[in-house]
Design a protein. Structure first.
Length: 28
């Protein structure tokens, strides 16, 4: 389960980064 957990964490992290980037660009 460790590998799957790390994979899910990486996917969630990428989505969070993209969401924050879009939110920042829209807020400006």
């Amino acid at each position: 389960p460790g590998q799957r957990a790390s994979f899910i964490a990486a996917v969630l992290g990428a989505i969070a980064v993209l969401a924050l980037y879009r939110w920042f660009s829209v807020r400006r």
